[in-house]
Design a protein around this ligand. Structure first.
Ligand SMILES: Cc1ncc(COP(=O)(O)O)c(C=O)c1O
Length: 430
């Protein structure tokens, strides 16, 4: 198995990152969560307020998206025993704990983790505008928002976002439903089906030759030029972060129902794919609010795009990019193809995240094939980044592992087929 680095000072760590080798780094600046919480820019009360807002919007969601029966956008969590057995066999080791999969690939409406933050932020913006214009009060039944007069009102405003794909889908779909005009700024290499799906919803796409950072920078600039435009900022947004954090606190009830105990003697290990860091950061924050240090959260990044890892080990946060280390930020894991991590996520996670590991693209496809073969579960390649986590911690007794599946249900059949075939060809299986 790959070497585990326990100090950011170890010179071998940077040299392995530069040569695209997989690494695992245990955060040597981690503090007790209760000691750091009061210094963070987000509080427990902020997360509870976000959950209450999502509850207020439930009647609206139910009306506009009847497939969301209770109006609450949530996903299941369950064991993946067949996958576990195959991993044990492939890696020649026993995984002692329970292995669970959190199915954010099944989140309604958008089919990815980015639904959590994206939908929350757009709903909050719509609520604010409607309340300021005396069209809504927080005691109203929010299903009124689907009436034509509201859509007409919201059509005076634009929502813009820079995205590698899934955040764009999330912002685009919910904003268009509410009635906002929407512009999504995307890098050219974002997946074509994501752009086509957005265009079919009436969303304007602006494409850029550079990577995600260029798209977000340009989007931010263009949005500033229009006083009626609101920019969803994946690198700095507290609201996005809160939407993800709600997902973290909701896990408690789900795990209790499965009789999974989380305490000092039964820690929970969670593995989260990381791009800019907003979704894994927010979820980690929510999880630590409910389980404190009994939950250990690890972020997983592609070897070509270890933006969060470099941000934390150098202490330079968003002031450093993977390009500064000669890396090309080219990966099939499009949601994780981020060269520079979020300012908010890096600062919030610096003393909170338990560790970060990197994964080669080829390994993502191996996991994809195993998951399809053993569990009949397809996820997009990005969503497999965390699956190496249970291997690193296979020896520990009395723990539960959660691999956070971050996207996949909207991926068209031809793309799924292409991914599976790519796995076969990488593994040289005919
Ligand atoms: C499928 C998938 N997983 C994980 C992530 C990572 O989220 P973040 O960029 O907030 O770290 C993304 C981001 O778009 C994604 O699309």
């Amino acid at each position: 198995m790959n070497y585990v680095f326990k100090s950011r000072e170890d010179p071998l760590l940077i040299s392995k990152i530069k040569t695209l080798e997989e690494v695992m780094w245990i955060n040597d600046h981690k503090m007790k969560f209760k000691d750091i919480l009061s210094t963070l820019p987000i509080s427990y009360e902020d997360v509870i307020d976000a959950e209450a807002r999502l509850q207020r919007f439930a009647p609206y969601i139910r009306k506009e998206f009847p497939e969301v029966k209770d109006g609450i956008i949530e996903s299941p969590v369950h064991e993946i025993n067949k996958m576990k057995k195959r991993l044990e066999c492939d890696y020649s080791r026993k995984i002692k704990g329970t292995l669970l999969l959190k199915r954010d690939d099944l989140l309604p409406i958008v089919g990815s983790v980015k639904a959590r933050g994206g939908i929350y932020e757009v709903l909050k913006h719509a609520e604010k505008l409607a309340i300021e214009n005396i069209m809504l009060s927080i005691d109203d039944d929010y299903s009124v928002l689907s009436e034509e007069r509201y859509k007409k009102f919201f059509s005076n405003f634009t929502v813009q976002v820079g995205s590698t794909g899934n955040l764009g889908l999330s912002i685009g779909i919910i904003s268009a439903k509410i009635g906002f005009k929407v512009v999504v700024h995307m890098s050219k290499d974002a997946k074509r089906w994501k752009k086509e799906l957005l265009r079919s919803k009436g969303v304007k796409i602006v494409e850029y030759d550079g990577d995600f950072s260029v798209a977000i920078e340009e989007g931010r600039k263009r949005s500033k030029e229009d006083p009626n435009s609101y920019f969803v900022d994946d690198e700095n947004s507290k609201d996005l972060f809160l939407g993800y954090a709600v997902g973290g606190i909701r896990i408690k009830q789900q795990l209790s129902k499965l009789n999974i105990i989380v305490d000092e003697d039964h820690p929970l290990y969670v593995y989260l794919p990381c791009g800019v860091g907003g979704s894994p950061g927010g979820i980690t924050f929510g999880l630590k609010l409910i389980y404190g240090d009994n939950v250990r959260c690890f972020f997983a990044e592609p070897t070509h795009s270890p933006a969060m890892l470099l941000a934390l080990i150098t202490g330079l946060f968003d002031k450093v990019s993977v390009n500064d280390f000669g890396l090309d930020n080219k990966t099939e894991a499009d949601g994780l193809a981020v060269g520079r991590a979020s300012s908010l996520a890096t600062r919030t996670m610096n003393n909170v995240v338990d560790g970060i590991f990197t994964v080669e693209d080829k390994r993502l496809y191996t996991f994809l094939k195993t998951s399809v073969d053993e569990e009949n579960i397809y996820l997009e390649p990005s969503a497999f980044a965390g699956f190496l986590g249970p291997i690193y911690f296979s020896e520990i007794d009395n723990i539960s592992h959660i691999c956070w599946a971050t996207g996949g249900s909207l991926v068209p059949t031809y793309e799924r087929k292409r991914d599976y075939e790519k796995a076969l060809s990488l593994l040289k299986i005919k």
